[in-house]
Ligand binder design. Sequence first.
Ligand code: UDP
Length: 496
Amino acid sequence: MEFINSNSSSNIHFVLVPFLAQGHIIPMIDIARLLASRGITVSFITTPANLSRIKPTVDRVSESNLPVNFIPLAFPSTEFGLPDGCENLDSIPSPSSRVNFVSAAKSLKLPLTLYLRDPKTIPPPSCIISDSGHSWTLDVARELGVPRIVFHGFSCFSLLCIENLTRYKTHETVTSDSDTLVLPGLAQRIEMTRPQLPKQFHNLTQFQEMRKEMREADLESDGIVVNSFEELETGYSGLLEKSSGKKVWMIGPVSMCSKGNEGFVHRGNKSCIGESKCSSWLDSRCPNSVVYVCFGSMGAFPPSQFMELGSGLLASNHYFIWAIKSVPSEELGNWLDENFDESRCLVIRGWAPQLMILSHPAVGGFMTHCGWNSSLEGICAGLPLATWPLFAEQFLNEKLLVEVLRIGVSVGVKKPSDYAGKLKDEVAVGREDVARVVEKLMDAGEEGEERRQRARGFKEPAKKAMVESGSSYLNLTMLIDFVFNRFEDGVRKVNG
Ligand code: UDP
């Protein structure tokens, strides 16, 4: 096993086990860097293929002498019926392979335990921060006698809604998919339909066992780490603590630690557009004139929806950058080549330097799938958002952005799309609606200006939360203290 960059003298050792998907790996790397910048030794558990994807980040961490060990554990893809080298959720062949993927991840339990028990692993582990998707890390933590802290990668608001729905079972009171229910336990009245809720609230048998295990492990865990900040989600961490009975530490926006370095460009994957090409295109635009359109690390559309989205963007009166993860057909690839030129837009086929784009003054709005990382990155850039949720907890994030924070304009999607648009060729949002929402997002009128002002209002608080004595900085200190006290208790017990 390779140990990369180990030089800490601290007695505390955090073990970070992210779910193997870019939307989970990226914020966990930031958490690793934040902990390491406080002198804490961190082991970041990953797999060989994922390690090579994040190589630029690993190199940067190594150059800055941060005490982070990146630990690649062999991932048994083929043993679990997955293609060779399939080590990330974005490369599973079909939605149903998710079960195989999660089972393959479970088999990391033994190699992880061996690594953590190895006398060469110094200092010995003091705490595991585990993605909620890895329920098996609870056994590892219990065996080692260290706390397991859960990271979901969700907003506090969404976590609270999920916790309350699980408790009160409000979703069971609606009889049809078009009936609305009121989200329980919130001061504000917020309505949703059952299909818009995360999958565990649908009437599905698929994945039930996996979800049950995740829930049971979360209930046994010692606290919840959230990538958010108090000034954004005021009051929700307190409500979540009450509802879940767990300690909650809001330690974000963690992406702030990527600012001002190369991580801005190659974050999670190597960007497929040169930094200078992207910034010179943006430099040639007026402030607030460009819409950035991106649907996360996996969001993709079936052919008809892809065509409607592209046509709607062209029909709007605005410049745009469209980051596309997958073009549904060769024909649509040709359509892109023929109709989308740089006098009007920049099409990025593959990984975009999202943080860099969002921070450019030419960008005035962000059309997002409401993945929490992207939502928060847009908020940190002080941008209003056009919300187009696709799946998972993204419809809850949309409610936070549009109805609670009032910095979002909804495109009006009624139900989740199938996984990465691979199954049905359906249109959820037509080209007229795409164009209308872009106009509204970029609108200079009173309503648009008020929305923009509210969005801008979060930019400084986001920065302040992360600097010394800021709310998230202090929360991270409290998390470290919590683990340190547990560690001291353990030492006292051993010494009698
Ligand atoms: N991202 C990026 N370039 C892309 C697509 C995504 O840098 O072309 C990053 C984005 O900045 C965010 C993460 O990937 O940090 C996506 O996480 P999110 O929670 O928004 O969505 P998910 O991919 O999990 O659906």
